[in-house]
Design a protein around this ligand. Sequence first.
Ligand code: AMP
Ligand code: MG
Length: 281
Amino acid sequence: MAKHWAEPVTTALRADGLRVSEIDPSATPGFTGDKQLGKQLLSERGAVLSDLQERLFADGRTGGKRSVLLVLQGMDTAGKGGIVRHVIGSVDPQGVDHASFGVPTEEEKQHDFLWRIHKRLPAHGQIGVFDRSHYEDVLVVRVHNLVPQAEWEQRYDLINTFEREVADAGTTIVKVAMFVSLDEQKRRLRERLERPDKHWKFNPSDITERGYWPEYQKAYQAILERTNTDYAPWYVVPADSKWYARLAVTELLIDALNRLELDWPTADFDVDEQLRRLDES
Ligand code: AMP
Ligand code: MG
C-alpha cells in the first residue's frame, strides 16, 4: 500500500454498490494526509509512475503486447484536463496517446458509436488516455435522448462486450468517474467567466447542463451499476479537491502498471562483448 493511505486506493475508490447520491465530492477517501502533503506526494509518486511507464514502453518496443487505457469521465470542470496535464504530464509524452471525444463529427455520426473509440485504442506499450469516451453515448446521449431509449439501452451490454475484448487483447482498463459538486462547479465556471485566460474553456451550454444535474446523476448511477466489471472496473474520484483527484489517479495508474509486473527487457546482444567493442572503438 502506498505511503499515507489507510487502505489501497483501489479499495477506497472502487464503485461497487455505490450510490451516486451519496458521493461526497469534497471527501479524500483513503488518504491520511492534508493538501500540502498531497501536493508534495504528487511529484514523488509522479516519478514512480514515470519509471513504470518507461518499463511499459520498453516492453512494447521488445514485442510486449500490453497497454493501459485510462478512461476519464466527469461533468464539465470536474478536472479531466488537469489530470491530463498534471498526472499524465509527468510521464514521457512518446509513451502516451491522448484522445478527447467531443460532439461526434458528421463522419462519426455515420458510424456505430464505438467506431471512433476503436480507432484511438492505445498501441502496445502505450498509456492511452480518453478525455471523455464511449460513455458519453450513455450520458449526454441518454440525458437528452439524442437517440431513442431502445438504442441507448442496448449500449451498456455493447460496451461491456467491447471492453472485454479490449482487456483480453492485453489492455488494462482503468475507468475514472470524477465527481465535482454543483457548488464547486459554479465556482469553477465563475472563474472561467471572470478570467480572460479561461474564457476559451467556457461554453454557454455548461450552464444549461447544470439544469440537468439529477438526470446526469441518474445516468452516472446506471453506468456504475451496469458497466462496472472486474475486467474494466470503475473508480469514483471525488474531485472538489484537485490535488486529491490528481494524487488518486496517479495511484490508480501506479497500481495498474504494478500489476503488469514489468521487468526491463533482457538484452538481445552480449553485453560484455559490446562493452569490449566499445572500449576498442
Ligand atoms: P469538452 O470536453 O468540454 O470539450 O466538451 C465536449 C462536449 O462534447 C461535451 O459537452 C460532451 O457532452 C459532448 N459529447 C461528447 N461525446 C458526445 C456524444 N457521443 N454525443 C453527443 N455529445 C457528446
Ligand atoms: Mg467543457
